[in-house]
Design a protein around this ligand. Structure first.
Ligand code: APR
Ligand code: PHB
Length: 394
């Protein structure tokens, strides 16, 4: 196990994708870091999250030296499909934007980042408890925490709060100095992973009288599917059979006919939420990724947004630490938030366009149908969707 260090330049709280990627990019530029993670590595790697990478994300992973396996095993997708009952509308990313996305699981990204950090010898402390951020608005912040039964202190120049939605970093900003914006949706996504051939060679986002479904994949023999469920449902309420029946009811006839089913190897329910905390900086503490914002998974923006935060922050920290130029640090929150709000709008709009809301009137369902019809008829509408889906520039 890595030695507990007493001082580092950037203390990173959280060993998820945000913390690992930030650390990797800082280390490559000669900035030293220590990562403090609350859970075990196995626990971090057991989480299944969306698997669609924007091209800017792929470029960043390349710059971080962690793209070899992604390039070999990831699948480039030049389009995806939106459906309304049996109407299928293909969004041709390549033709509309000249870009594509890469299907590669977030778990794999995280694994590649851990391997790269191990190769650099970066101290990553797991199962750290009781973490407190001290004096973040002074020029000498420090952390205290418990690790291996010992209380420890870590002094640093800057603190990166990469500790997800339930972390301590955001809570460290006094309530009267931050504003939180939130929209909680009245449904969740029930997701399964199964060793079956994907329903289609591209992702399908389906609107239907039975609600929303998504047909996604990890590789040629591993499928990931979701259906919308009420928040009151529990995983135990859903047998595999019931899941496949619902999925079939949501997918267009041609896709349904060819759907291969099999036992689920993972099944979970995730609630849907839009959330933003402003600002993303408090003195020398910076919020990154899920610590500052959550998007509903419609559009797969979560990891991609974390990567754009890391893009702005790593540049800012390197300039500050290497040449004393703190202008990037001063601009970090505004630059990151400008892009975050665009992804918020996109994922909210897609969520509304594709989900049935309990208690809605018959007009709402017609509006969804009209949106999908418009998408099928207007190249301008398809281009607008494609531009956001492949990712706005950093
Ligand atoms: N001390 C140390 N670590 C903590 C603490 C704490 N008090 N609280 C939380 N953590 C850790 C969590 O255990 C988790 O491993 O911080 C990590 C945060 O990781 P993520 O939740 O994955 O967040 P992030 O790295 O910003 O990733 C963003 O990944 O989580 C998905 O949907 C998200 O796709 C998005 C992307
Ligand atoms: C997934 O494959 O898990 C996935 C893909 C696209 C999304 C959300 C999740 O929008």
């Amino acid at each position: 196990m890595a030695q507990t260090q007493k001082r580092t330049q950037v203390a990173i709280i959280g060993g998820g994708p945000s913390g690992l990627l930030l650390s990797q990019l800082l280390n490559l530029a000669g900035v030293d870091t220590v990562i403090l993670e609350r859970t075990s590595r196995a626990h971090v790697l057991a989480r299944i999250r969306a698997g669609v990478l924007e091209s800017g994300t792929v470029d960043m992973l390349h710059a971080a030296g962690v793209a070899d396996r992604l390039l070999a095993e990831g699948h480039s997708h030049a389009g995806c499909v939106f459906t309304d009952d049996d109407l299928m509308v293909r969004i041709d990313f390549a033709e509309l934007t000249g870009k594509s996305v890469t299907v590669y699981g977030q778990t794999e990204v995280t694994q590649d980042l851990y391997a790269a950090q191990d190769a650099l010898g970066t101290p990553i402390l797991h199962e750290v408890a009781d973490l407190v951020i001290h004096e973040p608005t002074s020029s000498a912040p420090y952390l205290t925490y418990t690790h291996d039964g010992q209380t420890a202190r870590l002094d640093c120049d800057y603190v990166a709060g990469c500790d997800g939605f339930h972390g301590v970093s955001r809570q460290t900003i006094p309530v009267d100095r931050r504003t939180e914006f939130e929209r909680v949706y009245p449904f969740g996504w029930l997701g399964i992973l199964s060793r079956t051939r994907p329903a289609h060679d591209e992702l399908i986002y389906a609107n239907s009288a039975s609600g929303f479904a998504l047909a996604s994949m990890r590789n040629a023999n591993l499928s990931r599917y979701y259906v919308q469920v009420p928040l009151t449902d529990r995983v135990e309420d859903w047998s595999d059979e019931a899941f496949w029946d619902r999925l079939r009811a949501c997918l267009p006839r041609d896709i349904r006919a060819a759907l291969q089913t099999g036992p689920s190897i993972e099944k979970s329910i995730a609630p849907l939420r839009s959330f933003v905390c402003e600002p993303m900086r408090w003195g020398r503490l910076f919020l990154v990724g899920d610590a500052a914002h959550i998007v509903p998974p419609t559009g797969a923006k979560g990891l991609n947004l974390a990567v754009s935060d890391v893009f702005y922050l790593h540049q800012a920290l390197i300039s500050a630490l290497k040449s004393g130029d703190t202008s990037g640090i001063d601009r970090y929150s505004d630059r990151a938030l400008a892009r975050i709000w665009q992804a918020m709008r996109f994922s909210w709009q897609l969520t509304n366009m594709l989900h049935r809301f309990d208690g809605e009137d018959s007009f709402a369902a017609q509006m969804r149908k009209a949106s999908l019809m418009h998408l099928s008829q207007s190249e301008t509408a398809r281009r607008e969707l494609a531009e956001n889906y492949v990712g706005l520039p950093f």
